[in-house]
Design a protein around this ligand. Structure first.
Ligand code: PYC
Length: 321
């Protein structure tokens, strides 16, 4: 299986170029279902130890349904599949450029949660235009074991996020264990208390915010991903969810740049436009189209192999005993 590894603002992406499973010709959502049903071992083979690690997001490159799209993609991680992935889209963009399949300019991409587009500005800088993002609930308070009452917003940016008003501790690498444990406790509490996204989806990404360390950034974040790893980048779908909340609160105007710093100090620049400038009758929730800019770098072009005698040929999976 041929893979290309990249990182986007520190967060790794592994794109499967050749040798991935054949998922048929359905929509990306249908192909993702088939990937989950029939190829979970392949998912684990690609991203889990000993070939990968918990922070890697995998991207299975697919033939798009719409020939005008540069590609179709299914994103996955150490425990399952995810909807959209902002940093992964930037990683995929520079990977396709590395392969000579695309050049600078505008391109479209099919994902299981809708079509997105990206602009490859040069070999490393990519702007993505995400799917419509929105805040579903604001100022929700929940009881969390060990933390007490936690208040935040639920928003969709291609994955479901809980965006906490306060952080339990400073947002830096010294506090990673506390940040991770607190965010995991919030994710567990949301699930246990039956709190879901609008479509019934699991709220499996948790965000904390604090003051930026660099003068020209507006905010610093910590994002916990579903498999327990933290996002080294500011998280593209998480920054989209944040844009939706800022827009809903009237704290950020359309086309205004927002610089989101990550817990490792890397950054995305983001702005939005309204998805539905005139809200249709009865449509209560304003949606935004986020545009996120970041930088990605190819770091390896290699092949994954397995031999029958290898006891961990399919990776070390969270569900394995
Ligand atoms: O950038 O959207 C993102 C993302 C999701 C999970 C990890 N990164």
């Amino acid at each position: 299986m041929r893979i290309i590894d990249s990182h986007t603002e520190g967060e790794p992406t592994r794109v499967v170029i050749e040798g991935g499973p054949d998922l048929g010709r359905g929509s990306m959502a249908e192909r993702r279902e088939r990937f989950v049903r029939e190829f979970d071992q392949v998912r684990s083979f690609i991203v889990n130890e000993p070939r990968g690690h918990d922070a890697i997001v995998g991207a299975l490159l697919c033939e798009p349904v719409n020939p005008e799209c540069a590609a179709g993609v299914i994103f996955f991680n150490n425990v399952g599949v995810i909807g959209m992935c902002g940093h992964g889209t930037m990683g995929l963009a520079v990977t396709l450029m590395h392969l000579g399949r695309i050049g600078p300019g505008q391109h479209r991409l099919e994902t299981p949660v809708g079509e997105v587009s990206f602009e490859l500005r040069d070999a490393n800088e990519v702007d993505i235009q995400n799917i419509p993002s929105y805040r579903f609930r604001s100022n929700m308070s929940i009881d969390v074991a060990g933390l007490g009452q936690v208040t935040g917003d639920i928003a969709w940016g291609g994955n479901w996020f809980f965006l906490c008003q306060d952080s339990p501790c400073p947002l830096n690498l010294k506090h990673l264990s506390q940040l991770t444990a607190s965010a995991q406790a919030i994710a567990d509490a949301l699930w246990a208390q039956g709190i879901r996204g609008e479509d019934g989806g699991r709220i499996d990404h948790i965000e904390f915010f604090g003051e930026a360390l660099s003068k020209d950034a507006h905010s610093r974040n910590f994002v916990l991903c579903p498999g327990g790893a933290y996002d080294r980048s500011p998280c593209g779908t998480g920054t989209s969810a944040k844009q939706a909340c800022l827009a809903a609160d009237g704290k950020l105007a359309p086309d205004q740049w927002w610089v989101q710093e990550s817990v490792i100090g890397s950054r995305f620049e983001a702005q939005y436009r309204w998805a539905d400038p005139q809200l249709a009758a009865g449509q209560m929730i304003p949606r935004v189209i986020p545009r996120i800019r970041g930088r990605a770098y190819v770091v390896a072009d290699s092949r994954l192999i397995s031999v029958p005698a290898d006891p961990f040929a399919n990776g070390i999976r969270a569900l394995d005993p």
